[in-house]
Design a protein around this ligand. Sequence first.
Ligand SMILES: *Cc1c(COP(=O)(O)O)cnc(C)c1O
Length: 320
Amino acid sequence: MAGDVNYGISAEMSFPDESKAATQEIRMPEPVNDVKVYLNRIDLVHQQISGNKWFKLKYNLQLARQLGFDKLLTFGGAYSNHIAATAAAGKLYGFRTIGIIRGEQHLPLNPTLDFVVEQKMEIHYYSRAFFRTRNTLEFFDNIRKRFGKDVYILPEGGTNELAVKGCSEIPGMIDSEYDYLCTACGTGGTISGLIAGSEKKKIIGFSALKGGDFLIRDVENLLMKSTGKKFNNWIINTDYHCGGYAKVNDELLSFKEKFESINGIELDYIYTVKMLYGIQDMIIKRQFESGSKVVAIHTGGIQGNVGMRMRLHPTGFIKQ
Ligand SMILES: *Cc1c(COP(=O)(O)O)cnc(C)c1O
């Protein structure tokens, strides 16, 4: 079993290392025909600034620094990988960080928030109702009044044009030949980068949310804003949310266990496991031509697993 994460424990944090992102062949629990599946391990770039979140952050950090900001502010749920990555990146690169967390405070802090506080992120809780207005001008005004004009604001999930630029570098790091490139989707920032960075491949996004059709419009808009172009080599598959965002079912959990024991690679419960479960099902349904090569991106997110296990097994019985 891939080991538990030591989030936050290391006193010395190292800088992200993109050369660690190898692409390796993996075995699916139910191989069907000669479809080959590979995993691109951007999760290995950094333990805390994990996977796609590093690629989404890097040009934002650069711009924030260039513009002279020393404070980053961002938004997310209480288990957010983006919040965790921003807190760690802030500490590592010398920015103060503010996290606006959706919902009420629960004590003791969950492992994600415990980690971000340890990284010196200042956290504030906003009611779900108010949080829902986060894309309005009024909300922004309120943030600026409260936290000052000198904060660099990262949108939820870190998704903006610079995030697309960062993620557009991922396909170029994959050294094997392939036909399909797959990623899990939350806000659509990562897939937008993959699309922009690999025009000739077929890109498949797997929505981690129920009702993920909004992603199509969001990705189109984001691509238009960041590249000025339209692309038609991608789809969003909305069939594998398994009940909704951060929801799991027994079949998904059993897939996760099998996949991890065959490959010795830990998956997260919210994104990567649903993508791979979807890829497995598409293979079974023969939706990939025989002989095709599929690269799936391991976007990271392992920091959330400890908190997720606590939610799945509130009595303290931890299965894996
Ligand atoms: C945030 C995240 C995603 C979703 O990325 P988007 O750019 O928001 O679509 C996928 N996988 C993991 C592990 C994540 O943390």
